[in-house]
Design a protein around this ligand. Sequence first.
Ligand SMILES: [Zn+2]
Length: 120
Amino acid sequence: MTFLEILILMFFLVLSIVVIRISFQFNINDYLKDRRAVKINQLKNICPHTTVAVEDEQIVMGSLFKSPVGTTKYICSQCGLIVDSKEDAQKLMGRYAKNPEQILEDQKKFRRKAKKLKCF
Ligand SMILES: [Zn+2]
């Protein structure tokens, strides 16, 4: 093997290492971004979309769904879930009707997961 052949071999070896490194880093970033998107989507399942407060010794539940101007849809101001109608929003709220304490528990769970993802 001549010196020139060794030099050419070294050049291609370095080039292939650089190419492999670049493509690997690119895939890792994509993978992490996809995983984050999935986890943010999962947060929408955890969010209770409801607030609870005690007024005059009575438990008062409030919806977090708001309808932005110019749309007929409703969006949760906490997690960003979009529903088509007020009925859908109330249906989601209805699951807490018998057990309002569950709202506080789910809210705590939501906050913990959102903090981990550093969003909302
Ligand atoms: Zn929500």
